[in-house]
Write a protein that binds this ligand. Structure first.
Ligand code: FES
Ligand SMILES: [Fe+2]
Length: 344
């Protein structure tokens, strides 16, 4: 498991005041709650009294109250009240649960799960488009390999095949010749762009444009975020439009990966925002379900026969991604790196 990272644990609009959510991220059981003054807190989902899930409780004022005997915990995880104690008795020092650092950014709640000494090195990925544009999101639990999940959003060659009935009609065919990916790297990320032919249906051309080419920008930020950013050029009276799909992913446990797909857009269907949300959610659900079938299929064969993939020259993005992934994995999670190396 890859610790020492900020993970997206929920979206702001999922968490109303006084509400509790429960998540499992890289093996950690979390309870997320919003206090009555609007503070967001993340604790281990375990009451230290009799070891039950705190998420079975409820919010009271600034505290989460265990549903079993009513012990109350604040955002730091310290127990602040035990109803069965008489006023002269003290709350024991050991009465506390693990708490996690939280940030609210890009309309989402992020928790830092890892060694506090490494926190300064961890970054929230640049999901900047979510700040001002409309968005839809959905969660999927996948029995897949995390590395393939990470790569799947920007694997340029799968789109015309896996998504032949969904995305292909939206963003057109990939060039048959070798695409120029215009790649750039940092220590923890890769970004790039290439041109796709725009062979949309007439209906979709009305919205997405009549230009021959669409720019497909993409990115990956180790270890948990990918981006596919489609830019439709301006045409006659139509301004330039953009659709950005983010994927945030993490291992829930050894066998399950969480994929959170977030779609945002700019100037598409802007006079009909309700239709836009309905359309984007429907498309995005279809797209991710199409991917999941292949992600699970790949894991099935890897597990069954410990097979290596047969990569060829046009899989060059995969080679670049794998180099970045392995370098970071070795530095951040050497045990996971060793395990992956022995599996493949
Ligand atoms: S188990 Fe939580 S208060 Fe007793
Ligand atoms: Fe896909």
């Amino acid at each position: 498991m890859i610790t020492n990272q900020w993970y997206l644990i929920c979206f702001e609009d999922e968490l109303k005041k006084g509400q509790i959510l429960k998540r499992k991220v890289i093996g950690e059981e979390l309870v997320i709650f919003k206090t009555e003054t609007g503070k967001v807190a993340v604790l281990q989902d375990r009451c230290c009294h009799r070891n039950v899930h705190l998420s079975l409780g409820y919010v009271k004022g600034e505290h989460i109250k265990c549903g079993y005997h009513g012990w109350e915990f604040g955002e730091t995880g310290k127990c602040e009240h035990i109803p069965s104690l008489s006023p002269e008795e003290k709350i024991p020092k050991a009465a506390c649960v693990k708490s996690y650092d939280v940030q609210v950014k890009h309309k989402a709640v992020w928790a830092y799960l890892g060694n506090p000494e490494k926190k300064a090195e961890a970054e929230i990925p640049p999901f900047n488009e979510l700040d001002n544009w409309p968005m839809v999101y959905n969660y999927h639990v996948v029995k897949g390999n995390i590395k393939l999940v990470a790569e799947s959003l920007f694997d340029s060659h799968h789109i015309n095949h896996v998504h032949r009935n969904s995305i292909k009609t939206l963003m057109g065919n990939l060039h048959h010749e070798k695409p120029d990916y215009h790649l750039s790297f940092t220590d923890k990320s890769l970004t790039g762009w290439y041109l796709r032919d725009n062979e949309n249906s007439v209906f979709e051309k009305v919205y997405f444009g009549f230009e021959d080419k669409v720019e497909a920008h993409f990115g990956f930020w180790f270890p948990h975020s990918s981006k596919l950013d489609l830019r439709f050029p301006a045409h006659f009276t139509m301004p330039a439009r953009q659709m950005v799909i983010f994927e945030h992913f993490y291992e829930i446990d050894e066998d399950h990966v969480m994929m959170i797909q977030i779609t945002t857009w700019h100037r598409i269907f802007e006079y009909n925002p309700w239709f836009a949300k309905w359309f984007m959610l429907k498309k995005s659900m279809t797209i991710v379900e199409e991917d999941i079938a292949f992600l699970e299929s790949n894991k099935y064969w890897h597990n069954k026969e410990k097979l290596n993939d047969l990569l060829i020259r046009p899989d060059e993005l995969t080679f670049e991604f794998t180099r970045l992934w392995n370098k970071n994995l070795k530095a951040n999670a050497p045990e996971t790196y060793q395990k992956q190396a022995s599996e493949l």
